[in-house]
Design a protein around this ligand. Structure first.
Ligand code: NAP
Length: 255
C-alpha cells in the first residue's frame, strides 16, 4: 500500500508518515524543506520524496504528476498553517499564500486523486481540517475560514461517495491544539495544553483505515465540535475571540 502525504516535514504530517511506515506502507512525502524530507526518507526507508511549494499551483500539479503512475492508495492532505492578527492588519499576500496551501492545493489534490480512486473503486482520502473548521475565528479569521472549507468539502464528498455506494472513503481530521511548529509559524502561544502529534497521527490513521468520516481526537475537542452547534454565532465568536486573544504573544516574536 502506498500513501502521498503533504506537509510531511514536521508535526502531524511527519507523525502520520511514521505511523503508516510502521504498518508497512510505502510513502511519497512532500513539503518545501528538502533536507527534512531526505532525513525522513533515510529514517523510514521505502519512501520517495518530492520537494514542492504548494502555494504555487504549478507545484501542486507537479506533485500529482509525480504520483500519477505510482498507484497511490491514500492521499493525506495535511500541509497547512495559520496567520494570527486582526483581519485589517494581516498581510494580504501572506494570507493569499495560506489560502493557496490550505484550500487550493487541497482542493486540486482531492479532486484529481478522487477521480483516480473512483475509477478503480478504492482509495482513502484523509483531509486535515481542525476543530477550527466548526467555528468562526476572530484573530485567526482566514485560517478558521480555510478549515471550514476543508471540513465542508470533505463532508459533501463523503455524502456523494455514500450515495454512489463507492468503496472510496474520506476522513476529516479535526484536532484541537497539537504540539508542532504550527504556533511558531502562526505567531501564537497555545493557551490550552496541546496533545502530541504522534497521538493525533495514530488516531487519524486508525479512523482513516476503518473508513470513518470524522477523526476528532480527545473528549474536550469532541465536546467543542458538538457543543458549538448550540451556541449562537455572535456569542461563539466572542468566546473564540477571547480564546485567540489569550494566545497573542507578548515576547515580541508574535504579531
Ligand atoms: N498544530 C495544531 O494545533 C493544529 C490543530 C489543528 C489542525 N492543524 C493542522 O495540521 C496540519 C499540519 O500542521 P502542524 O500542526 O503539523 O504544523 P507544522 O509542524 O508547522 O507542519 C506544517 C507542514 O505543512 C507544510 N507546509 C507549510 N507551508 C507549505 C507550503 N507552502 N508548501 C508545502 N508545504 C507546506 C510544512 O512543510 P515545509 O515547511 O517543509 O514546507 C510542514 O510539513 C495543518 O493543516 C494545520 O492547519 C494543526
Amino acid at each position: 500500500m502506498k500513501a502521498l502525504i503533504t506537509g510531511a516535514t514536521s508535526g502531524i504530517g511527519k507523525s502520520i508518515a511514521r505511523s503508516l511506515s510502521r504498518r508497512g506502507w510505502e510513502l511519497i512525502l512532500t513539503g518545501r524543506n528538502e533536507e527534512a524530507l531526505k532525513e525522513l526518507q533515510q529514517e523510514l526507508g521505502n519512501t520517495e520524496i518530492i520537494a514542492a511549494d504548494l502555494a504555487e499551483r504549478s507545484e501542486v500539479f507537479k506533485v500529482y504528476g509525480f504520483c500519477r503512475e505510482k498507484n497511490v492508495d491514500m492521499l493525506v492532505n495535511n500541509a497547512g498553517y495559520g496567520i494570527f492578527g486582526r483581519f485589517d492588519e494581516t498581510d494580504l499576500e501572506d494570507e493569499l499564500n495560506m489560502i493557496n496551501v490550505n484550500i487550493t492545493a487541497l482542493h486540486i489534490l482531492t479532486k484529481l486523486f478522487l477521480r483516480d480512486f473512483k475509477k478503480r473503486d478504492s482509495g482513502i482520502i484523509l483531509n486535515v481540517a481542525s476543530v477550527a473548521g466548526f467555528m468562526t475565528g476572530p484573530l485567526l479569521s482566514s485560517y478558521y475560514a480555510s478549515k471550514n472549507y476543508v471540513l465542508r468539502l470533505s463532508l459533501a464528498i463523503y455524502e456523494e461517495l455514500r450515495r454512489a455506494k463507492s468503496n472510496v472513503s474520506i476522513t476529516v481530521l479535526c484536532p484541537g491544539p497539537v504540539d508542532t511548529n504550527f504556533n511558531n509559524r502562526a505567531g501564537v502561544t497555545f493557551s490550552a495544553k496541546p496533545v502530541s502529534a504522534e497521538y493525533v497521527a495514530e488516531y487519524a490513521i486508525k479512523k482513516a483505515l476503518t473508513h470513518k468520516l470524522f477523526a476528532i481526537p480527545g473528549l474536550t475537542i469532541k465536546a467543542c465540535a458538538i457543543g458549538q452547534r448550540f451556541i449562537p454565532h455572535k456569542l461563539l465568536s466572542a468566546v473564540t475571540y477571547n480564546v485567540q486573544k489569550a494566545k497573542e504573544r507578548t515576547d515580541g516574536d508574535g504579531r
